[in-house]
Structure formats: C-alpha cells, structure tokens
Design a protein. Structure first.
Ligand SMILES: Nc1ncnc2c1ncn2[C@@H]1O[C@H](COP(=O)(O)OP(=O)(O)OP(=O)(O)O)[C@@H](O)[C@H]1O
Ligand SMILES: [Mg+2]
Length: 263
C-alpha cells in the first residue's frame, strides 16, 4: 500500500439546484493523511461540495468514492457511510440537554451500542484529546463557543472516522477562540487524519494545508501547495482572492505571536 492511497475520489461531479449548476464537473482526489483547505468566495459551492462527499446532498452526475465506498450508489447505506465521515459545522449543534461528556458518548451508546461505562471511558479520552477533560460535566450553555466546537469535534471523532470534513469551523467564534479550535484540527493533522476544511483562515491554510483548493462558481479553479498558492497563484481570481485575504491573515499572525509573547 502506498502512503498516498486515495481516500476521497471526486470524479466529474455535477450538481444542480433547479436550473442553477452549483457544481460543474468537479474532479479531485484526497490522499491518506492529506489536509485540504477549501476556500473561495461566498456562494462558490464549498459547502455543497463537502456535503455531497458525506451524502448530505445528492449529485446529478459523476461519482464520489470515500474509503472505497461509492457514496451515491444505490444500495450504499448513507447512515453507515456518514459514521465513517466526521462532519463539523459552523454551528456546533450540540444537544443542549446533555453534558459535554454525554454529547460525545451519545453516538457510542446509540450507534455503536457500547455500555455506558465503556462509552464514558472513551468519551473522557476524546475530551482529553481536545483539551477539555475539565469540562466533561458542563452543559453546552456553560461552555464557550470554542469549547462547544471542540466538544463537537470530539463527538465526530468518537465514530473513529476515516475522514473529517469541516465547514467553516471557526466562523461563528469570537476571534480569541479561533486559535484553540484550529489547534485541535492541526493536532489531528499531525496524527495523520485525512481532512477537508473549508475556512477563511489563511494563516492556518499556509501552515497546515497540504493542498489549497480554490472554488469559483462551482469549479475548483486552482489546486496548489500553500507556498505556490500564496506566492504565485496562477489564476487571476486566485491572485485577487489571496490579495483580499492577506490582510486578515497578517492580523491573526500578530495575535498569535502576541499570545505567545505573553504566555
Ligand atoms: N438548498 C439549496 N437550494 C438552492 N440553492 C442553494 C441551496 N444550497 C445552496 N444553494 C446555492 O448554491 C450556491 C453555493 O452554495 P454553497 O453553500 O455551497 O456556497 P459556499 O461556497 O459554501 O458559500 P459560503 O461561503 O457563503 O458558505 C449558492 O449560490 C447558494 O445560494
Ligand atoms: Mg458554505
């Protein structure tokens, strides 16, 4: 087995919402342990693309294979498939009446049919992994946005997914909480998780992405290594995108080094 086995294969995928073509003949591959940062202007089709990968949206044409499973084939069990794909949304979607621990444990109990003791044991380990052991008993309303999002990540990880998909995981957070969530995603990358992350955090993209895909009007118009993407983008739209996002990126660099300076 090559270290670069394809884990997600997107083959000539097209999709419409009515007469509007939201994905136009998109093809791309994600190999094992790669981190893809998917970016592009609002409405370019980023959410739709990652939603089709986890069968949250149907496609009109083409094929998507995740870990050997044809996602949209008749006969594919979408529920089973989604267990192998962790999906983290912009809004944290925790169950408000369950503690952080039980939010992580619920899938282990209901879907994997583990005993309460074993589900809680694993959930404690998952909370530890996202730096939240000390918040196990907290209710979502008593957690910060960054903590809630980390619980949501722990919950997604509980199903031992082969792939993690993130749709703007930090967009709903106050700026001071963005870093803690990105750090968890970065740690996952270091552990070899295969991921696609939709984000506008260009600093994160530069540091963590193996590849950056830029979408425009339903197509991936640029696929590049971060260095190429930022220093020498090929497409005129990519150049514009990079220019308009550099300002923000520099601001967050300052913030991070500030934080480091002051411990
Ligand atoms: N359920 C739907 N029905 C009709 N049109 C839709 C639907 N979902 C998305 N669209 C349209 O498809 C286009 C792509 O939407 P999508 O949410 O994938 O964009 P995006 O790149 O994720 O944008 P954003 O950065 O704002 O999240 C948009 O023009 C959107 O209005
Ligand atoms: Mg979106």
């Amino acid at each position: 087995m090559s270290a670069l086995a394809p884990v997600i294969r997107i083959e000539s995928v097209s999709k419409n919402f009515g007469s509007f073509e939201v994905l136009k003949n998109v093809s791309s591959t994600v190999h094992a342990s790669e981190v893809i940062v998917l970016c592009g202007l609002s409405g370019s089709g980023k959410s739709t693309l990652i939603r089709t990968i986890s069968a949250l949206e149907p496609i009109r044409e083409g094929k998507i294979i995740v870990d050997g499973v044809d996602v949209h084939a008749r006969g594919t069990d979408a529920n089973l498939l989604r267990r192998g794909i962790g999906f983290v949304f912009q809004s944290f979607n925790l169950f408000p009446h369950l503690s952080a621990l039980d939010n992580v444990a619920i899938g282990l109990r209901r879907l994997m049919k583990l005993s309460k003791g074993e589900a809680h044991r694993r959930s404690h380990l998952l909370l530890e992994r996202v730096g939240l052991s000390h918040r196990a008993a907290y209710m979502p309303a008593d957690l910060s946005g960054g903590e809630q999002q980390r619980v949501a990540i722990a919950r997604a990880l509980s199903m031992q997914p082969k792939v993690m998909l993130f749709d703007e995981p930090t967009s709903a957070l106050d700026p001071e909480m963005v870093g803690e969530v990105l750090k968890v995603i970065k740690d996952l990358s270091a552990e070899g998780m295969t991921m696609i992350c939709v984000t506008h955090e260009m600093n994160f993209a530069r540091e963590v992405a193996d590849w950056i895909w830029l979408m425009e009007a339903g197509e991936i118009i640029e696929k590049a290594r971060p260095a190429e993407f930022f220093e020498n983008p090929q497409h005129a739209s990519a150049r514009r995108f990079v220019q308009s996002h550099l300002g923000r990126s520099e601001v967050s660099t300052l913030r991070e080094s500030d934080a480091n300076d002051h411990g």
